[in-house]
Write a protein that binds this ligand. Structure first.
Ligand code: KIV
Length: 266
């Protein structure tokens, strides 16, 4: 497992960090055998696993279940996402929620946004729990942002994001996700930090990348975001397999003799 120190060391050595999301035991076992550095149990799991419309519907119960399933399948460093408003209802409730994600098997937690989270991020890191920040497109704030769109295109927005990244580092974050922002801005932010900036839709000059596993495996058939690279056509592979299975069943090709049990002669 990559240790918390290795995130910074990798940045110092200019070695990129690869992170994938993961939400279940079986996939976690495969990720475990891969060379991917680290796993994020993202609140995107509410959409990919529970079919919710957005991450606003994420609950602590969902995130704890997903995190514990992943933790059973991998020994990689696991970052557990804190769901919508789970850190905004007072210190005690926040810490109980962080505790639940850590007990489920996370090695760190991720919190979206800076404004209003300053005190809590400091408290969590002072409690010995690594925190990953997340700025740019923060889907939990979608109603405020007004759509899934690139952030920091305007000079004023870009300045705000640069300052937020520096503030998050000062508060003790070990890493920051930069989601959907112009390449030049992501590059400037990454260069201004000692901790690694991990991009998603933020171009090639960040210190690493994170991607939703369903997107990279091509499991989502709908139009993909520009930044997504499909490493396989999972949707059609699964669909073809299901259709082949169906036709084998209806044409008596499945199960075959070697796939069947027989009485033993006495
Ligand atoms: O929930 C998630 O998958 C995320 C990544 C997109 C960074 O937060």
């Amino acid at each position: 497992m990559i240790s918390i120190h290795e995130f910074k060391q990798k940045k110092e050595r200019k070695e990129k960090i690869s992170i994938v999301t993961c939400y279940d035991y079986t996939t976690a076992k495969i990720v475990d055998k891969s060379s991917v550095d680290c796993v994020l149990v993202g609140d995107s799991g509410t959409m990919t696993m529970y079919g919710c419309e957005s991450t606003i519907q994420a609950t602590m119960e969902m995130m704890v279940l997903l995190t514990s399933a992943v933790a059973k399948g991998t020994t990689k460093f696991i970052i557990g996402d804190m769901p919508f408003l789970s850190c905004r209802k007072g210190l005690t409730e926040t810490m109980n929620n962080v505790h639940s994600i850590m007990k489920a098997g996370a090695n760190a937690v991720k919190l979206e946004g800076l404004k209003g989270n300053e005190e809590i991020i400091k408290y969590i890191t002072d409690s010995g729990i690594p925190v990953m920040g997340h700025i740019g497109l923060t889907p939990q704030a979608i109603n405020m942002i007004g759509g899934y769109k690139v952030q920091g295109k305007l000079h004023s927005e870009a300045e705000r994001l640069k300052n937020e990244a520096i503030e998050l580092e000062k508060l003790g974050c070990f890493s920051i996700v930069l989601e959907c922002m112009p390449v030049e801005l992501a590059r400037e932010i990454s260069n201004s930090l000692a901790i690694p900036a991990i991009g998603i839709g933020a171009g090639p000059f960040t210190d690493g990348q994170v991607i939703v596993i369903h997107d990279m495996l091509g499991l989502e058939h709908e139009k993909k975001a520009k930044f997504v690279r499909k490493y396989m056509d999972g949707y059609n592979s699964i669909l073809d397999s299901l259709n082949l299975y169906h036709s084998d069943v209806v044409s008596d090709k499945y199960p075959a003799q070697e796939e069947s049990y027989f009485w033993r002669s006495e």
